[in-house]
Design a binder for this molecule. Structure first.
Ligand SMILES: O=P(O)(O)OC[C@H]1O[C@](O)(CO)[C@@H](O)[C@@H]1O
Ligand SMILES: [Mn+2]
Length: 442
């Protein structure tokens, strides 16, 4: 039985957020990339000599060409680097081509928004890879690290809170445990405000204490299925009789910087409270959507905390380090996460990843882009059930934790979306609203 799905969001809808993104935001991001590479010239010279300068020129030429293609709505091109995912990308392009008539070609302003936006980040990566010896240079590293440092105070507040909680966790009753879980889940939700692609790389860090404002923010959570999450987790905890049985939570990470710290804090709490026994993190294998977490960001963040000149920060850092060594925390970076496919295609495109996800008791998907991929980035009505928009993607009970930064939202009550639109026209893209949206359907 083939389910019918609405069409993809796309820049071909003039005036839509997709149109605005492809027209303005993506070129701005590319311009910043060009600027970063340019500014790093002397460091390249120092590290690689003349060869570094040649590579810098080559990368800059690739990015200028890319910016021009985007600007003039040129057809999307095949990738020329020989990476493990190159073939998959090129097949995807051929597939998009096959959906069009013969004299039409996939292009920036005509193809699905999700595809062209992912494609831009993949082309940036190609530009770097084809400019050896720069191949491992992360053009977004600098802004990611800055955003971490700018949220120092908020990070200190969270680490201190967590360590105080850890001290008394054995004596905390079920009701209070639930409350603490709700709190840290919301911190992780609002941590998602801090990504750098919505602001085209502008400073967007958390400055105030993230715990103080939770009550005020509660009315901004449009769908809040936290109770369901609690049921899944606490049930798992009670069922775990012998030491051998595990409760596994997977967190599909989004942004590095402050958001990543909020996710690690939540993960730490899940272990300390015994709500879970094993946490699997999923990051990106290449720099992605400006601030997304790579393995190097993940390691860097934990090292920064460990080395921090603050008692509770460094305590968190060293605990997290040992969680990784003990393999109660595991980090994965499957290349599927940086393909343009919607998640309902995981089983087909990356069966190994799907099998892995099926082992989970609960999968948390952080952030806006993951929401777009969960729902296929399509023009769904506001009231369509979340499980329907997932289009049969259901490896395990799953939950999206995202602030709204794209004009897509499902699972609302009748009239809720319309009411928000009339009172606050930018509710879908401002990052001021969030959802904790769960689906248990098997
Ligand atoms: O880091 P997040 O929450 O996935 O957000 C990524 C951003 O990039 C976008 O995909 C926009 O281009 C938005 O949907 C969102 O603002
Ligand atoms: Mn992101």
């Amino acid at each position: 039985r083939k389910m019918s799905v609405p069409c993809s969001l796309s820049a071909r809808f003039k005036g839509s957020f997709a149109y605005f993104t492809v027209k303005d935001r993506l070129p701005q991001i590319l311009t910043k990339v060009i600027d970063t590479v340019h500014r790093t010239k002397s460091a390249f010279l120092e590290e690689y000599g003349e060869e570094g300068i040649e590579a810098e020129k080559k990368a800059l030429a690739a990015f200028s060409k890319l910016r021009n293609e985007l600007h003039t709505d040129k057809p999307l091109l095949l990738l020329m680097d020989n990476l493990p995912d190159t073939e998959l990308w090129n097949q995807y392009l051929e597939h998009q081509q096959s959906l069009l008539s013969e004299n039409d070609q996939p292009s920036w302003f005509k193809s699905p928004w999700l595809y062209v936006e992912c494609y831009m980040y993949r082309r940036i990566h190609e530009g770097i890879v084809l400019s050896p010896p720069l191949c491992s240079f992360d053009v977004f590293k600098e802004v990611k690290n800055e955003s971490f440092f700018q949220s120092q105070q908020a990070i200190i507040a969270l680490c201190t809170y967590l360590q105080e909680l850890a001290k008394k966790i054995k004596d905390v009753g079920e009701e209070q445990l639930k409350e603490e879980f709700f709190k840290l889940l919301q911190v992780s939700l609002w941590g998602n405000k801090c990504d750098l692609s919505i602001s085209a790389g502008q400073d967007n860090s958390q400055k105030s204490s993230p715990l103080a404002s939770l009550t005020d923010l509660q009315s901004c959570i449009l769908v809040n299925d936290t109770d369901h999450l609690w049921t899944v987790l606490s049930h798992g905890m009670k069922m775990r009789s012998s030491q051998a049985s595990v409760s596994r939570v997977d967190i599909v990470l989004d942004n590095a910087g402050f958001e990543l710290v909020t996710d690690l804090i939540l993960a730490d709490f899940l272990l300390a409270s015994k709500l879970a026994t094993e946490i699997h993190f999923h990051g990106k294998s290449i720099p992605w959507y400006v601030s997304d977490t790579t393995k190097s960001d993940f390691q860097w963040t934990i090292q920064q905390l460990r080395a921090a000149n603050h008692r509770w920060m460094s305590k968190c850092g060293s605990n997290w380090d040992s969680n990784l060594k003990k393999e109660v925390w595991l980090y994965h970076d499957h290349l599927f996460w940086t393909l343009p496919h919607e998640f309902c295609k995981v089983a087909q495109v990356a069966p190994d990843l799907y099998t892995e996800l099926q082992k989970s008791d609960l999968i948390l998907f952080k952030g806006d882009l993951n929401y777009r991929k969960l729902t296929g980035d399509r023009k769904w009505d506001f009231t369509v059930p979340f499980s329907q928009a997932l289009n049969r993607f259901h490896p395990a009970p799953l939950c999206s934790i995202r602030t709204l930064k794209a004009d897509i939202q499902v699972g609302l009550k009748c009239g809720q979306g319309e009411q928000l639109t009339s009172s606050e026209p930018t509710w879908m893209i401002s990052g001021q609203y969030g959802v904790i949206q769960f689906s248990a359907l098997i």
